[in-house]
Design a protein around this ligand. Structure first.
Ligand code: AMP
Length: 483
């Protein structure tokens, strides 16, 4: 057997945006709680969902493609009984969308079984996989998570805490993990705190771990605290144990969670996502003022920022676009032409509300530019006199390798065009992006605490291999004219 400790593993792996939940609670309703938790985290992944539970002797699991209520029903949940369980919602982006890649992954090994749900992206998953394969290990999925679960099983004879530590010594990247063994629940957050994970507690006993605090509210659990970067939390019948498996050197929480990804009623690292977005709108109004008749959001993620812009500018807030809530995310359409139609179907202009008006439209981000271009076009077609676009995040100029789906640099409009060029491309009368300082001020935390790589390309770990595989090499100066 190879000594995995000796090797340096670095590579590109497919991107995942996901939500995880884990519960330790002696309750006949356990699987229902997990189900409600996943329902609340649905915005973090609409592609597949899964739950695994254990009663100390048997591990049951069920997973499938689709939304949480499509994958589960009362009969399925009623059969899943136990006192510990984990759940996962997934949204992959590389087209490898099949049920084998759905999580939790459950493996049986000679000492029992391990189930694992993972949010994030490893930067060296593929390298470790290849080494394990050289060693004769057979993989059934194409996701990083299987690499982690394999290492956990491999080191299991060392005991839970040691096996997790040894595994985490090898893997590099972004991860929030919930791990279930027959009688224990483990939660882990990566050493930089890139992906979020919080701890909650039930008044009548038991604990819950979840990607976002909004999952606690639905099951009447109380928020206790964030899982710290580099911390492992282990919950057994003896109670809760915290192990700092890696010393905190620097923190690099993902700023995109505040901008777009998290639900506005969640609290991340002590900051309300809603407040942060509201503040971003206020700061945006100061940084990029404009005269207009109405401020309107691109629903839903931009509503708080639009409110903030309206409050700070004194321009009345109104609705310019209605969201067809039956359409999923436009972002996941693989082809540009499909993405354009999806935006058209998803966001419908309110003709009567916008006719003859000058409108400030607020969105949380411009990635490829598809959404903004479509929106400006449809608002103008519906009779808007002027459309001013204001964006509550800075221009996205760098790909993310840590779990947020921002595409290759060449597809990022701000990597190839400056602000004036983007304005022309999307057809807006004016365009303004919040500054990086404005954004971090909106969250109220020093910028050193965040990963801002999508805006400044300063990655918190070495991603040269990823950039090479992605065709994003730092030598490529896509951003000819800085905004
Ligand atoms: P684009 O149309 O490519 O410029 O993408 C920008 C739109 O997609 C905005 O309306 C955002 O709300 C949304 N968006 C931004 N980031 C993401 C993401 N990681 N996943 C899904 N949608 C996103």
């Amino acid at each position: 057997m190879k000594n995995f400790q000796q090797q340096d593993f670095t590579d590109e792996k497919l991107k995942e945006e996901c939500g995880v939940v884990g519960i330790y609670k002696n309750d006949a309703m356990l699987s229902k709680y997990l189900y409600y938790g996943l329902y609340t985290l649905q915005h973090r992944g609409e592609e597949s969902a899964g739950i695994a539970v254990s009663d100390g002797a048997r591990t049951e699991y069920h997973k499938g493609m689709g939304l949480v209520p499509e994958v589960f029903n009362d009969d399925i949940l009623a059969k899943m009984k136990g006192n510990v369980g984990i759940g996962h919602v997934r949204y992959s982006t590389s087209g490898e969308s099949y049920v084998e890649n759905a999580q939790p992954l459950v493996v049986r090994y000679r000492g029992g079984s391990i189930a694992l749900a993972h949010n994030g992206n490893l930067v060296n998953g593929e390298k470790i996989r290849r080494s394990l394969e050289d060693d004769g290990v057979v993989f059934q999925t194409s996701i990083d998570t299987e690499v982690i679960v394999n290492l956990l099983a491999r080191y299991s004879s060392d005991g839970t805490v040691e096996s997790v530590k040894r595994t985490l010594d090898l893997v590099k990247g972004a991860y929030a993990l919930v791990i279930m063994k027959e009688n224990e629940l483990i939660g882990v957050r990566d050493p930089l705190g890139l992906r979020p994970l919080s701890l909650g507690q039930f008044a009548d006993g038991g604990y819950v771990l979840a990607s976002e605090t909004c999952a606690f509210d639905v099951m009447d659990a109380e928020f206790v605290r964030e899982v710290e970067p580099g911390e492992m939390i282990r919950i057994t019948k003896e109670g809760l144990e915290s192990i700092q498996y890696k010393k905190l050197e620097k923190r690099a929480s993902c700023i995109f969670e505040y901008i777009y990804f998290a639900r506005p009623d969640s609290v991340l690292d002590g900051v309300s996502v809603y407040e942060a977005r509201l503040n971003a709108g206020k700061i945006l109004a100061k940084e990029h003022p404009v005269k207009a008749d109405m401020v309107a959001p691109v629903p839903d993620s931009s509503i708080p920022a639009a409110l903030g812009y309206a409050q700070a500018s004194g321009i009345p807030y109104g609705d310019a676009l209605m969201k067809n809530k039956y359409i999923g995310r436009t972002f996941i359409q693989p082809e540009q032409s499909l993405r354009e139609i999806a935006v058209k179907l998803k966001l419908i202009p309110f003709r009567e509300n916008i006719k003859g008006k000058s409108i400030v439209i607020i969105d949380d981000s411009i990635v490829r530019g598809t959404t903004s271009r479509r929106i400006v076009h449809s608002l103008k077609k519906a009779g808007a006199r002027e459309v001013h676009v204001r964006i509550s995040s800075p221009p996205v100029v760098g790909s993310c390798y840590f779990g947020i789906d921002t595409p290759h640099r060449r597809s990022l409009i701000a990597a190839t065009q400056n602000v004036e060029e983007i304005r022309k491309t999307i057809g807006a009368d004016s365009l303004g992006f919040i500054s990086i300082d404005g954004l971090t001020e909106s969250i109220g935390t020093h910028r050193d605490r965040f990963c801002l790589a999508c805006f400044d390309q300063k990655y918190p770990m070495d991603v040269k291999e990823q950039q090479k595989a992605n065709g994003d090499g730092p030598e490529k100066t896509f951003n000819r004219l800085q905004p």
